[in-house]
Design a protein around this ligand. Structure first.
Ligand code: DGT
Ligand code: CA
Ligand code: CA
Length: 574
């Protein structure tokens, strides 16, 4: 895909924005802005100059470093510095840049002076009149920010994946019961397993006389019909969730599924590949001239552009097309690959079921081992365990393991990481367990340096094995705490520890981009349910979805190991 000067300039602008929020050296920031402007004004394409072997450092404002970056962008379409910067700031901070009227300078001031990291914090700061106190802001600016935030929030109502799944599953059952309906599939962000979805995009194939459209609009749960035609309809359910339904022809099923699965960015990139081959690709099929040459299934669509099938979770235009072309698509982890679960609670603390009930439910789910990891004493709201109660639970686990077959309970703890990086239970107590999960449950607002140091120090404890829900975010409720995740991942590698991907529907934490980071750094991830009841193991599928979005393969996931191999990995050597 040809990279234009404007594309390079846009990437350089984004680098400058992010450096500016981070408070980087002003000369460095200006260098990127100047380079962006100069490239934008250049009469010739940088890629043409490079192809001719010309020296880019002779262009105004382009030194060795920037010339190398231009070459990287021309060659690969991406910039590794930008990729890193995108991972470094709490994601929400950069969301602030999307609020009209907030540039990097203002975001930086809000972030550094008022500790505003999220849109919600921005709203509160504006409402409480704190923004006008910042130099260069004033009352009028504050009022504008308040209005902009209100507009921004009202357009952004999204549903957690697990919540949307409940509505989707009921709706699929309903649609399948309508006469003449054949296939029913949910496309869109839901199929890509995004952690939240804006709406459901459902495709059906049906006979010509099927009453599917009429029935859909009178489904029990429908609160409002936005539009209804012969092949497409949109409704809003009572929950507020919008559903778009399309009836597609069998011969176009694959093309439609591909189109409506998205993402938009992925679609655009694939369509460009088709155009290069003289083909037209849309939701009705792949065409040469007016002849349909493919589209009955998705594989045929990818075949037309010379690619193997790309799993929906990867379709975000984050390198999957290059990987497909080069035959290095990951073989993504699957739910069936999980052999056990390393994070669960019982009645002893804030869970709902007994040890035995949890063990039997895990076995019924197909797991071979389950780690019981109660909260530690510091978490009094959860009735956390002290050393004595922990020892008693260990005895009970021994008894159950002797009695039950087909499931092994492991002895663990979800120990609080205190503010100074100490753990909430002494090392000799932790040393008797099979694994120790460390978790941050307090002091979410420490500075980036302190929060990072706190977690690194916790990992230094000899028995620390697994960092629970590493970013600390709760989806749409609490932003990730500000930490240097790359340093944490590297330290985990150094210390022989692991990171959790907590599959609880409110968490899905590690984030997908951080899964990729862990994989690149060679740190294995454990997909854990954090079950608080015997029904919660089914949440593992959302964790697996997130892991797949993070490009993880079976081998990258700790709990795909059989128990014996797992035990070897859990033995800390340092
Ligand atoms: P959402 O609903 O915000 O969670 O995200 P999506 O990805 O489900 O987006 P949605 O519902 O607006 O559209 C569903 C898919 O349809 C989207 O992933 C790609 C495709 N699509 C929609 N509009 C366009 C478009 O203008 N161009 C292209 N190429 N694809 C589109
Ligand atoms: Ca959608
Ligand atoms: Ca839609």
């Amino acid at each position: 895909m040809p990279v234009h000067n404007a594309d390079i300039a846009a990437l350089f602008e984004e680098i400058a924005d992010r450096l500016e929020i981070q408070g980087a050296n002003p000369f460095r920031i200006r260098a990127y802005r100047n380079a962006a402007r100069n490239l934008g004004e250049l009469p010739q394409e940088a890629r043409t100059l490079l192809a001719r072997g010309e020296d880019l450092t002779r262009l105004p404002g382009i030194g060795d470093d920037l010339a190398a970056k231009v070459r990287e962008i021309v060659d690969t379409g991406r910039c590794s510095l930008l990729d890193r910067l995108r991972r470094e700031l709490p994601p929400a901070v950069t969301e602030l840049l999307h609020i009209p009227g907030l540039g990097p300078k203002r975001v930086k001031a809000l972030y550094h002076d008022l500790e505003v990291q999220t849109v919600e914090q921005l709203y509160r700061a504006a409402r409480d009149g704190r923004i006008r106190t910042l130099p260069g802001f004033g009352e009028k600016t504050e009022r504008n920010i308040l209005q902009a935030v209100e507009a921004h929030v009202s357009q952004a109502r999204r549903f957690k994946l697990a919540v949307a799944a409940q509505y989707a599953e009921a709706l699929i059952r309903f649609l399948k019961s309508i006469p003449g309906v054949d296939q029913v599939v949910v496309a869109g962000s839901f199929r890509r397993m995004r952690e939240t979805v804006g709406d459901l995009d459902i495709l059906v194939t049906a006979t010509a006389d099927s009453p599917v459209m009429q029935r859909f609009t009178v489904y029990d749960e429908v609160a409002e019909v936005l539009s209804a035609g012969s092949t497409r309809a949109s409704v809003v359910l009572k929950s507020g969730l919008q559903v778009d339904l399309r009836v597609v022809a069998q011969q176009a099923y694959g093309a439609a599924l591909h189109y409506f699965t998205g993402s938009r960015a992925h679609n655009i990139a694939i369509r460009r590949l088709a155009q290069k081959r003289g083909l037209k690709l849309n939701e009705y099929g792949v065409f040469r001239g007016s002849t349909r040459i493919a589209g009955e299934d998705e594989t045929s669509v990818y075949q037309c552009v010379g690619l193997p099938f790309i799993p929906p979770e990867l379709r975000e235009d984050r390198g999957e097309i290059e990987a497909a072309r080069e035959g290095r698509l990951p073989k993504l982890v699957e739910l069936a690959d999980l052999r056990g679960d390393l994070h669960a609670h019982t009645q002893a603390t804030d869970g709902h079921d007994s040890l035995r009930e949890m063990a039997l439910a895990a076995r019924a789910f197909g797991l071979g081992y389950l780690a019981i990891t109660e909260h530690s004493r510091r978490l009094t709201v959860a009735h956390g365990l002290d050393p004595l109660r922990l020892a008693r639970q260990c005895d009970e686990i021994d008894r159950l393991n002797a009695e039950l077959s087909g499931i092994t309970l492991l002895k663990g703890i979800e120990v609080d990481i205190l503010e100074n990086g100490d753990l909430d239970l002494p090392d000799d107590v932790l040393g008797r367990l099979d694994l120790v999960i460390g978790a941050v449950h307090s002091q979410f607002h420490l500075s980036r340096a302190k929060q990072t140091e706190r977690i690194l120090r916790a990992m230094d404890h000899p028995h620390f094995t697994l960092l629970a829900h590493p970013s600390g975010r709760l989806i749409e409720q609490r932003e990730p705490y500000d930490v240097d995740m790359l340093r944490i991942i590297r330290h985990a590698k150094h210390r022989g520890c692991f990171l959790e991907l907590n599959a609880h529907p409110e968490r899905l934490d590690l984030l997908d981009s951080q899964c990729q980071l862990a994989k690149e750094e060679g740190v294995r991830v454990s997909i854990n349910s954090d079950a608080h009841s015997r029904f919660d193991f089914s949440n593992l599928r959302y964790g697996v979805g997130q892991a797949r979005r993070g490009w993880l393969e079976k081998d990258d996931v700790l709990n795909t190991r059989p128990l014996a191999a797992l035990r070897r990995l859990l033995k800390r050597t340092m």
